[in-house]
Design a protein around this ligand. Structure first.
Ligand code: OMP
Length: 279
């Protein structure tokens, strides 16, 4: 099933707009496992087991695995998610961006080695750096557009004097993703929850592209404002989907042996808050 259909199916199944970001940091693990990178799989698997009926997607961030030489644990985690939550799509957060020949290898890594359903990409190098991912016609490619970090404004908010109407860079990207770049219909855009006005602007320019929205929770973004700005429904059908990522506020909700139950409670509260904002 194509990535975007998978998102819609998981949204219906779990009544959820919430993605749990799997960013395992051994320094923050519960006490018996604290500091132990060999427990990355165990930690993430416990979070998945506790939240698999509450999410629209999972988003493992590859750096948290690679930094600890734990790619084998990421492979095991991908297999675990497929086994216990087969209807939940997995977005590999890798933020790749390189020339076509190298991008082919990154695409192979994301989709064939890890079996991800979608991958995050930096569009800075242009369409030919995105195109190799689009050769996998059912896979998602989610382009950084208006990121949640303060420095996101440095480039993304600049106006493009050469383009008619002088849109900002992120606005230009939103138009490309809605239109000419979306050759497979499987593109998404990353927009930070820390900039709700820009979420609304991206939604205007890209009315049907799913938005992956990180920044709720630890980065201070507001769940309700995020949904109001980006989510759209028409005649009982979702026309503008949002996939709202939460990482640390769920993963580290507890620090004792009951960490998975604490994560479930935090995840439930966020899912319910997101749902209340769309009803
Ligand atoms: O692409 C992303 O996922 C991403 C884009 C962005 O603009 N901001 C952002 O925080 N992220 C990722 O989203 C996650 C945020 O985690 P928390 O701040 O702990 O909820 C991290 O994995 C970041 O790498």
């Amino acid at each position: 099933m194509p990535f975007i259909d998978q998102l819609h199916a998981a949204e219906r199944l779990n009544d959820s707009l919430m993605c749990v970001g799997l960013d395992p940091d051994p320094a923050k693990f519960p006490s018996p496992w604290r500091g132990d990178a060999s427990r990355i799989f165990d930690f993430c698997a416990a979070i998945v087991d506790a939240t698999r009926d509450l999410v629209i997607a999972y988003k493992p961030q590859i750096a948290y695995f690679a930094a600890h030489r734990a790619e084998d644990q990421l492979e095991r985690l991908m297999a675990h998610i497929r086994a216990v939550a087969p209807q939940v799509p997995v977005i590999l957060d890798a933020k790749r961006g390189d020339i076509g020949a190298t991008a082919e290898q990154y695409a192979r890594e994301a989709f064939e080695r890890y079996g991800a359903d979608a991958v995050t990409l930096s569009p800075f190098m242009g369409f030919d750096s995105i195109e190799p991912y689009l050769r996998y016609p059912t896979k998602g490619a989610i382009l950084l557009c208006r990121t949640s970090n303060p420095g996101g404004s440095d480039l993304q908010n600049q106006r493009l004097a050469e383009v008619e109407g002088q849109p900002r860079l992120y606005e230009h990207l939103a138009r490309l993703a809605q239109g000419p770049w979306n050759t497979t219909g499987q593109l998404g855009l990353v927009v930070g929850a820390t900039f709700p006005a820009e979420i609304g602007r991206v939604r205007e320019l890209a009315p049907t592209v799913p938005l992956l929205i990180p920044g709720v929770g630890a980065q201070g973004g507001d769940a309700t404002a995020t949904v109001k700005a980006g989510y759209r429904e028409h005649g009982g059908r979702i026309t503008g989907l949002v996939v709202v990522n939460v990482g640390r506020s769920v993963l580290y909700a507890g620090s004792g042996p009951d960490f998975a139950e604490a994560a479930r409670r935090a995840a439930m509260a966020t899912r319910d808050e997101l749902n209340a904002a769309r009803r």
